[in-house]
Design a protein around this ligand. Sequence first.
Ligand code: SAH
Ligand code: SF4
Ligand code: F3S
Length: 482
Amino acid sequence: MYNEMNLDKIDINLEPPTEEPARQYFFMAKCRAWVKEYEKNHNYLPSACVVNMGCQMNARDSEKLLGVLRAVGYQITDSEEADFVIYNTCTVRENANLKVYGRLGFLKTRKKKNPNMKIALCGCMMQEPVVVEKIKASYRFVDIIFGTHNIYKLAELIYENIVSKQMIVDIWESTDRIVEELPNKRKYPFKSGVNIMFGCNNFCSYCIVPYVRGRERSREPQDILREIRDLAADGVVEIMLLGQNVNSYGKSLKEPISFAELLRQCAQIEGIERIRFMTPHPKDLSEELIDVIKSSKKICKQIHLPLQSGSSRILKQMNRRYTKEQYLSLVERIRAAIPEVSLTTDIIVGFPGETEEDFEETLDVVRAVQFDSAFTFIYSKRTGTPAAEMEDQVPEEVVKVRFDRLLKEIQQISSKLTKQGVGKTEQVLVEEINAQSPELVTGRLENNLLVHFPGDASYIGQLVPVTLTEAKGFYYLGECVR
Ligand code: SAH
Ligand code: SF4
Ligand code: F3S
């Protein structure tokens, strides 16, 4: 594993190595010398902040960026008042994009006050050529722009910017490489995301992810298992395996392996107490996977199974490759094998051509499945996707009314299901002191719901038994019974 001491042993006067990750360690050492010089000249250590704007994959990427920044010697902060600010962007919906432009305006005024400040933009939004053109034309104060395929190059890009003092733009259209063994800095000491694959081959017709994250690539199982063993040795008790469709993990490796088999092997790692994963696509969730979840104590009995729509006609237009009936039958099979399972989902309202009848089908599935919780999204037109070209885009007012109806239905079900948990005693992984009431701590149940209960900082990172005393819609109040 990465060791900070190594950097000081690197001779930065030599030519940079060509192979990875050695090349990046070389540039980290170069940047580190620059940071030390900066400290000497300015009498303070420069600070750096990474703002994560996207999903769990982006969050994990942010941890990798922070790992490099820490190795380079920056003081890491959560505040955007930092000397180096990186926005790790998302572009899955239009409003995510708009937010970035707004916040760049704010950074511009900050940079006027602190001319040494550096600003970098990365993540999914930067994989869109129109975005990069716009930033190059109208946001000249940005120092570094890079994409999703080359985040491992951060140190090299910082160094190029230090030397050239010019805007550095490095976007790759695609990649087939995965660079292992780079540093990272976890947000939580006790839990971590673990990438098992990158990219997506599914091309759901509304979704921009395959265009900005490229084709599916799986990591070698031994690299994943080694990372998890290292995490366990470093105090991590919960991991979340990450991929756009974890069900297709391992299929294209030289020695193919199924996701279920990978999970089985992960569950054997000592010290890891809880395993989650995201996201399994309903089109190819295997019986083998249901079996593994059922038979392992460590694998959380919670499955996030994105429905998107309950109408088979719309699902076909979405290119989801399952029907309403197939989805419901999958749920039935999962429930028959694992009766206590908690099911959560994602739903899009207002996909082009969605009629009142289609929407009713979605409500019908919601009522039939009784999801513990659901993320609901208003359809957002993403240029370049097939759905953006479809006729019959649903008027905004109609979508809003449907969205509110769906939300109401989901909230009623969630709150009813949460009430059924009152009185039970369950294991909770404590995450933090409650921000509003410092005499309480906040943790997560196996089904991912939050519980607040009396406790102190010594609980953080521990799995403790908690009796659920009161249901509050989406969360519980409880008492620790340790
Ligand atoms: N790979 C995951 C989803 C990743 S994107 C899967 O297949 O389930 C997370 C969620 O964003 C999706 O499940 C979908 O509900 C939503 N989403 C994606 N594109 C969208 C769009 N154009 N408009 C609205 N919501 C969208
Ligand atoms: Fe997007 Fe579909 Fe891939 Fe998920 S599976 S990332 S929704 S294209
Ligand atoms: Fe994630 Fe957003 Fe990219 S959802 S994969 S950060 S477009």
